[in-house]
Design a protein around this ligand. Structure first.
Ligand code: FE2
Length: 199
């Protein structure tokens, strides 16, 4: 089995907000496991060799006997690849997405409050997303487990992983602190690119 793609930066690139040990385990163990299970499931199907988004956007076409495996592990594979990409220290929120956030929520701070409230309310394991919905509007949504926002036709531009494996080593049960730390490591440049591509 091949390896999932490497992180786009070194393991300690997000210190002190996300620690090196968490990044190693999160990427090398969790992300890798999702990748391996997904790749193994689609071997010999029409989804072999295609981008994982293809399967997630067409779950109804995935053979029934592997659909749950693909939803969970294809989701886990895609979501982590996405998540690594939108993280970087010291990028300020500017550009079209900053304007759109201000238009929708009044201010960046109010958006952060709403996003945090959503992420705090995820019961069990899941993700909070900022997506561009089918009306081309920004929306904050939750998905449980590894269910994907792309399976329901929205276009994600930002996410936070609120599975305990994403923060437990450093923050234990203090999810609120992890979410506050997350706001320091959003790569708004990438979020802007995703936002413009989604429109
Ligand atoms: Fe995760």
């Amino acid at each position: 089995m091949t390896n999932v793609e490497p992180l786009p930066y070194v393991y300690d690139a997000l210190e002190p907000f996300i620690d090196e040990e968490t990044m190693k385990i999160h990427h090398d163990k969790h992300h890798q496991a999702y990748f391996e299970k997904y790749m193994s499931a689609v071997t010999g199907t029409e989804f072999e060799g295609k981008d994982v988004t293809n399967a997630l956007q067409n779950l109804d076409k995935v053979p029934a006997q592997i659909r749950d495996v693909v939803r969970n592990n294809g989701g886990g594979y895609f979501h982590h690849s996405f998540f690594w990409k939108i993280l970087k220290k010291d990028v300020s929120c500017t550009g079209p997405v900053a304007d759109a956030i201000t238009t929708k929520w009044g201010s960046l701070d109010t958006f952060k409050e709403k996003f945090k409230t959503n992420a705090m309310s995820v019961f069990g394991s899941g993700w909070t997303w900022l997506v561009v919905n089918e009306k081309k509007e920004l929306e904050i949504v939750t998905t449980l487990n590894q269910d994907s926002p792309i399976s329901s036709g929205t276009k994600p531009i930002l996410s936070i992983d609120v599975w305990e494996h994403a923060y437990y080593l450093k923050y234990q049960n203090r999810r609120a602190e992890y979410i506050d730390a997350f706001f320091n490591i959003i790569n708004w440049n990438v979020v802007n690119e995703l936002y413009q591509a989604a429109l």
